[in-house]
Design a protein around this ligand. Structure first.
Ligand SMILES: *Cc1c(COP(=O)(O)O)cnc(C)c1O
Length: 812
C-alpha cells in the first residue's frame, strides 16, 4: 500500500501538528509491539476499554516511527514527531480505510452470518485463487478494527476482494459496509451466536443485511424470514424448496464425505464434499453458489470442491522438542499473513533466538521479484536469527539473505535436517498448504499424549482489566504467578503481564523467579518464601525477597554486607491473623532496631495477607486484620521514616474490600478466571480448558464391568469411550464412578468406574462420536468451580494439580 498522508487529513477531520508534506504511508499499524513499525509507518493510537496505545508512543518514536494519529499528544512526545489529532482514533482508522478502499474498483465479496464467515472466506479464496488475484481478510479479521486493517492489504494488482464482517451491536454494520464496499453478498448462517447486542432476532437480521445494501446479488440458503429483509436480487439454494436458483439433493453421506446432486439452470451435476457434518456442507454450498454466480463451470467447481480442507483459524504457540516453542501456521502463505505471523512471533517469543521456516509464497497481485523483496525486508526487520526456506522459488529469490538455509522440498528438509540443531528457540513454521508443513510440526513438536491444557491469553487480559476497574488508576498491581501461574504456565503468562504493564510479579520460591528471569522477564519479582540458602541466587537474578522473620532478615543482611550491596529491595510481611508467615506485633521493635540506619536493604513494601477475604461472614475478623495491618505498618513507617508500598488485598479482597487497596493489590486466582462470587464470575472469562480425545470406543454388554475393581457394573448394553487422561494428569479419583463427567460434542458423558493412572472410561451410549473426537475435561463446562464444589475442594487445587506432563497450548 502507499498513499500520501495529506490526502487523508481532511478525510479524517484531523488537526495536524508537524511536517507532513510528502510523507508516503507504506504501512499502517495499531500494534506497538510489531517490529515492522518503521519510518514509513502511520501509527493509529487506538483506545480500548482497558488499553490505550498512547502509552506506547514515546517508545515507538524511539523505534523510528514519526507519524501518528492520536486523540491527544502525550506531553512527553510533544515536538518529537508528527501528529494528526482527531476525536476518535478508531473512527479515523475506519475513515482512512474507506478512503483507501475507494481507490480500487473490482468485484468484492462481503461475507457475514453468525458463524462460518472465516471458513467460507478461506474456502472461497482457495476456490477462486486459480482465476483471480485475490485479496482477503487475514484470519478472522472481521471487527471494527479488523476490517479496516484487512482492506489496507489491497494493492493495484488485485482483481477480487473477499472480506468478512462481524458485528456485535447495532449500527456497526453500516460502518463495515462503507469500508468493504462489497458488490457480491454472501450470508452464511443465522444463529444465536453473539446475541448480546441485539434485542430480537429480527433486529439482528436487519443490522446484518446492511452489509448488502449496495450489492448486485446476495447468496444465501433459502429462508423466508431472512429474505423479507433483503432488498437486493438474491441467489438462493435449498435442500427442500426448488423455487430458488439452486436445488440440492443429498445422495450419500459416509466416510467423512457427502455427495450432492445439484440442480441449477435446468442442469444437474454431482459433487463430493470431503466433510460430513451439516455445517460444513452448508458452508460449502455458500461457496458453490458463489462460484456458480461467477459463472465458473461445473466440472471445475466439482474438481476444486473435493479438495476443501479444515480451516485452522488460530495461530497457536506449542511446546516443541529441546525446549523450543513452535508457532504453527501451516495453512496459509501470503505476504499479509506472513507479516501477522511475524508480529505474533515477536509477541510470543519466549526465547530470544527466533527461527522461521517458510515455504514459497503464493500470492497474486505482485510481481514475483517485488514480492520476495518485501518478504526479505520483513524478515530482516524482524531480526530473525535463522531462516529456513523450503521451495525452489523462495530459495532462488531469497538466496542473498544472510543466515539462510534452503531446501528444495519439504521431503528434503525432513530427510536432511537434524532436529538436534533446534534448541531453546522460538520457531515460526509457516507454509502454503501444498507444502505439508504439518509434517515438520509433527517432527518438532514435543512428543506428547493427546491431552492439552489450552490457555486463552485474551481471557487473561480481560480478567486483569476487570480487577483493574475495581481499583483506582494509581494503585499498583502485583500478579501472583506462583505454582507455574496457578498451573497455567509461568513465563508465557508473565510475558503477557509484562506487556499489560502490571507492576510486580509474585512467585512462591526463588526457582520460579529464576525461571522467569532466564526467559527474559524484566518486571520486578517478589519471592514469597525465600529459603535462606537461595538468597545468593536471588541477588544474582534480581529477585526481591519477602522477609518474614528476624532470622531471615539477619541472614539476608549478613549476605548483603558480605557482598557489599546497598539498598537491596525487600518486602516485609506482617502477620495480622493468618498465622502462616510474618512478623507479629511482639517482633516489631527488634525488626525496627535491626533496620534502623541500615543501608544494605531498602523496604520496598510492607504487606500482609487476609485469611478470609472471600467470605463476608468473616467481615469482622477481616476488619480486625486491616486494623492490625494499619497499626503495625504505621509503627514501622514512623520509626524508620520510610514510604513503602503497602498491600494486603488478594483477589477476593479486591472484590469485597476495594477501599483497603492501599498502594498495591495482589491479584491471583481471579486472573485465571475464577472468582469467589457469582457476580465476580459473570465478569470473568474462562482461561483454561483441559482437553483430551477419545482413544477407543466399544460396546460393553450387561453383566460385564468397567475398569479396576469392577466398580461399574453394566446393567444393559452401553457404549463406552476410553480417554487418555487419568489421576497422574491431575484428575482426582474421587471424580470417577459417575460423580464427574466430561463433555463430548456438548453432551455430558459420565465417568464410569475408577479413574486409572493414565486413562478413564466414559459413557457415550447417547452420544454420536468417533475415536479422536475432542473431549472437554474442564473449561466452561464443567468449570473448575463446579468440579471443586463437587469434590469438596477449591478451584486453586484443581488448577494447580494439572500435571506438568500435560502440554500447555496458548492462543488468542
Ligand atoms: C497466593 C497469594 C495471593 C493471591 O491470592 P488469590 O486468592 O489467588 O488472589 C496473594 N498474596 C499472597 C501472599 C499469596 O500467597
Amino acid at each position: 500500500m502507499n498513499f500520501l498522508i495529506n490526502t487523508i487529513v481532511k478525510e479524517i477531520g484531523a488537526q495536524s501538528f508537524g511536517v507532513f508534506d510528502d510523507f508516503i504511508v507504506e504501512n499502517i499499524s495499531i500494534d506497538s509491539r510489531s517490529m515492522q513499525n518503521n519510518s514509513s509507518t502511520l501509527f493509529f493510537a487506538l483506545r480500548g476499554q482497558n488499553h490505550d496505545a498512547h502509552n506506547y508512543i514515546a517508545q515507538l518514536i524511539e523505534n523510528g516511527v514519526s507519524f501518528f494519529v492520536v486523540d491527544h499528544i502525550p506531553d512527553a512526545a510533544k515536538g518529537k514527531a508528527n501528529f494528526l489529532v482527531v476525536e476518535n482514533t478508531t473512527l479515523a482508522l475506519q475513515k482512512t480505510a474507506k478512503y483507501y478502499r475507494a481507490l480500487f474498483c473490482f468485484p468484492t465479496i462481503g461475507i457475514t452470518g453468525s458463524n462460518g464467515k472465516t471458513i467460507v472466506k478461506e474456502w472461497l479464496n482457495f476456490l477462486l485463487s486459480p482465476d483471480y488475484s485475490v485479496v482477503r481478510s487475514p484470519r478472522s479479521y472481521n471487527s471494527q478494527v479488523g476490517v479496516p486493517l484487512s482492506v489496507f492489504g489491497i494493492n493495484e494488482n488485485h482483481d477480487l476482494g473477499i472480506f468478512e464482517a462481524g458485528i456485535s451491536s447495532k449500527g456497526e454494520m453500516s460502518k463495515l459496509e462503507a469500508i468493504i464496499q462489497p458488490t457480491i453478498g454472501v450470508f452464511t448462517h443465522i444463529g444465536t451466536a453473539h446475541d448480546d447486542g441485539f434485542d430480537t432476532l429480527e433486529e439482528k437480521i436487519v443490522e446484518k443485511m446492511q452489509l448488502f445494501k449496495n450489492c448486485e446479488v446476495v447468496v444465501l440458503q433459502k429462508n423466508e424470514v431472512i429474505e423479507k429483509y433483503i432488498h437486493q436480487p438474491t441467489f438462493t439454494w435449498s435442500f427442500d424448496d426448488n423455487s430458488g436458483a439452486v436445488f440440492v439433493e443429498v445422495l450419500a453421506q459416509k466416510n467423512n464425505s457427502t455427495s450432492l446432486l445439484i440442480h441449477y439452470n435446468s442442469n444437474s451435476f454431482s459433487i463430493t464434499i470431503p466433510f460430513q457434518d451439516t455445517i460444513a456442507v452448508e458452508n460449502a454450498m455458500s461457496c458453490i453458489c458463489t462460484l456458480l454466480y461467477l459463472a465458473i463451470d461445473e466440472n471445475t467447481i466439482a474438481d476444486r470442491i473435493q479438495n476443501l480442507y479444515e480451516v485452522e483459524i488460530r495461530l497457536q504457540a506449542k511446546k516443541g522438542i529441546n525446549d523450543c516453542m513452535l508457532i504453527d501456521d501451516t495453512y496459509s502463505s501470503d505476504y499479509q499473513s506472513l507479516k501477522m505471523a511475524l508480529d505474533f512471533l515477536e509477541q510470543q517469543k519466549f526465547y530470544q533466538k527466533k527461527t522461521i521456516i517458510l515455504s514459497d509464497i503464493f500470492q497474486g497481485g505482485l510481481p514475483i521479484e517485488k514480492l520476495y523483496q518485501k518478504v526479505a525486508l520483513a524478515i530482516q526487520n524482524n531480526k530473525i536469527d535463522r531462516i529456513i526456506v523450503i521451495g525452489e522459488t523462495i530459495s532462488k529469490y531469497l538466496k542473498d539473505v544472510s543466515n539462510l538455509i534452503s531446501f528444495a522440498s519439504t521431503a528434503e528438509f525432513l530427510n536432511r535436517f537434524n532436529t538436534e540443531s533446534f534448541q531453546n528457540e522460538t520457531i515460526l513454521i509457516k507454509g502454503a498448504r501444498s507444502f505439508n508443513f504439518d509434517e515438520i510440526v509433527v517432527l518438532l513438536e514435543e512428543k506428547k499424549h493427546e491431552t492439552v491444557l489450552e490457555i486463552n491469553l485474551d481471557a487473561i487480559s480481560n480478567n486483569l482489566n476487570f480487577y483493574k476497574s475495581k481499583i483506582k488508576p494509581g494503585t499498583k498491581i502485583m500478579v501472583m504467578v506462583k505454582a507455574f501461574g496457578y498451573g497455567n504456565g509461568g513465563y508465557e503468562i508473565a510475558k503477557l503481564l509484562e506487556h499489560n504493564k502490571v507492576d510486580y510479579l509474585g512467585v512462591a520460591f526463588a526457582d520460579e523467579g529464576i525461571e522467569l528471569r532466564k526467559a527474559g522477564i524484566k518486571l520486578p519479582i517478589m519471592v514469597l518464601n525465600p529459603e535462606n540458602g537461595s538468597f545468593n541466587a536471588m541477588i544474582a537474578y534480581d529477585l526481591e525477597p519477602e522477609i518474614y522473620s528476624i532470622t531471615g532478615l539477619q541472614a539476608f543482611l549478613k549476605l548483603a554486607q558480605k557482598k557489599n550491596i546497598a539498598s537491596y529491595p525487600i518486602h516485609l510481611k506482617l502477620d495480622t491473623g493468618m498465622h502462616r508467615l510474618g512478623f507479629e506485633s511482639e517482633a516489631l521493635d527488634e525488626l525496627i532496631s535491626l533496620l534502623k540506619n541500615n543501608n544494605f536493604v531498602q523496604i520496598k513494601s510492607v504487606f500482609s495477607h487476609l485469611s478470609a477475604s472471600d467470605d463476608v461472614a468473616f467481615a469482622t475478623f477481616t476488619e480486625l486484620q486491616f486494623e492490625r495491618f494499619r497499626t503495625y505498618s504505621e509503627k514501622i513507617i514512623t520509626a524508620l521514616d520510610i514510604q513503602p508500598i503497602r498491600h494486603i488485598l488478594n483477589t477476593s479482597g479486591i472484590f469485597n474490600y476495594s477501599e483497603m487497596q492501599f498502594e498495591m493489590v495482589r491479584l491471583g486466582i481471579g486472573l485465571y478466571g475464577v472468582g469467589n462470587s457469582e457476580i465476580e464470575n459473570k465478569n470473568l472469562q474462562n482461561v483454561s480448558t483441559l482437553k483430551s480425545v477419545i482413544s477407543q470406543i466399544r460396546i460393553v454388554n450387561e453383566g460385564e464391568s468397567i475398569g479396576y475393581g469392577r466398580k461399574h457394573r453394566v446393567e444393559k448394553p452401553i457404549k463406552v469411550a476410553t480417554i487418555p487422561i487419568g489421576y497422574a494428569d491431575g484428575i482426582r479419583r474421587a471424580w470417577g464412578n459417575e460423580k464427574g463427567y466430561v463433555m463430548i460434542h456438548n453432551q455430558k458423558a459420565n465417568i464410569l468406574g475408577n479413574v486409572c493412572m493414565d486413562m478413564m472410561m466414559v459413557d457415550i451410549t447417547n452420544i454420536d462420536c468417533n475415536p479422536s473426537d475432542e473431549v472437554i475435561v474442564f473449561g466452561k463446562n464443567p468449570s473448575v468451580i463446579d468440579m471443586a464444589k463437587q469434590l469438596e475442594t477449591i478451584p486453586y487445587e484443581i488448577l494447580t494439580s494439572v500435571s506438568q506432563r500435560v502440554k500447555r497450548v496458548f492462543y488468542r
